[in-house]
Write a protein that binds this ligand. Structure first.
Ligand code: NDP
Ligand code: 8X3
Length: 253
């Protein structure tokens, strides 16, 4: 039985929720974050009921630097230990040409996907450095590897996640911190509903005619990577639906 502790940002939906449930099954202690307190409460109750592991929830917005640092500083003593940090919280907003895209959406994506990830990592580093097997996971995307039409600033934030993952791996080497970037293709979560601002028809159209990834596929991948021996680090992993070859190439029925 392990008593390792994992902190997952964006645990209220999609990948983050699936990773939370899978690591709970593996008997990890969990620190779960998100903005929606009701969802965190529900997931925490589900996990303690089903898996009998300890869960601590933190409700805050990763765009708020002080909130990130205060949340970690305020952890109760029994949770002042982090072995794995999963920087998962993130979003796309809109899929519009560069010249007409909403610039407030740009700010939100940059502040969440990049700055939020930076703040959370810096806030957690003192605790990670005390772990005997520290590991940081950053959720990139196929959008971190290929720019596609109307992807512009979402692509830019995910390219930045790719770059900062490489930079962390170098600069954190003296602390033997593993850094893994996970880059999924199309996965059916709340991602497209958020991207298209609640337009369910547009969101569902993204996954029509092929079998997309599901959140459990990403959770299984994170667990596989986290389960490697201490001397093995999987640095970078692109995971796609079999029906998707590039950011924009699909075989659809
Ligand atoms: P979901 O929309 O299902 O979940 C996103 C999570 O991020 C939610 O828990 C949400 O919680 C949290 N979040 C968003 N903004 C903030 C914020 N400002 N502060 C704190 N938490 C926040 O999306 P996915 O699970 O699909 O996405 C997870 C990650 O994977 C993202 O980084 C996304 O870019 C990336 N990704 C997704 C792909 C896909 O096709 N689905 C493919 C490749 C990468 P709450 O609203 O409660 O704050
Ligand atoms: C989410 C996948 O292709 O919509 O990062 O950018 S994509």
């Amino acid at each position: 039985m392990t008593s390792k502790t994992i902190l997952i940002t964006g645990a209220t939906a999609g990948f983050g929720k699936a990773i939370s449930l899978l690591f709970a099954k593996e008997k990890y202690k969990l620190i779960l974050t998100g903005r929606r307190a009701d969802r965190l409460k529900e997931i925490s109750e589900q996990i303690t009921g089903e898996f009998n592991v300890e869960v601590h929830t933190l409700t805050f917005d990763v765009r708020n630097k002080d909130a990130c640092f205060n949340a970690i500083a305020g952890l109760p003593d029994t949770f002042k230990h982090i072995d794995i940090l999963v920087n998962n919280a993130g979003l796309a907003l809109g899929r519009d040409p560069f010249d007409t895209a909403d610039m407030d959406d740009w700010d939100t994506m940059i502040d969440t996907n990049l700055k939020g990830l930076l703040y959370m990592t810096r806030a957690c580093l003192p605790l990670l450095k005390e772990s005997t097997a520290p590991h940081i996971f950053n959720l990139g995307s196929i959008a971190a590897k290929e720019v596609y039409e109307n992807g512009n600033v979402y692509n830019a934030t995910k390219f930045a996640v790719d770059a900062i993952s490489k930079a962390m791996r170098i600069d954190l080497l003296p602390h033997r911190i593993k850094v893994t970037a996970i880059h999924p293709g199309a996965a059916n979560t709340e991602f497209s509903t958020v991207r298209f601002k609640g337009d369910q028809q547009k969101a569902e159209a993204v996954y029509k005619g092929f079998e997309p990834l599901i959140a459990d596929d990403i959770a299984n991948t994170v667990l596989f990577v986290a389960s490697q021996p201490l001397h093995v680090c999987i640095n970078d992993l692109v995971i796609m639906p079999t029906a998707q070859a590039t950011a924009v190439s699909f075989i659809k029925s």
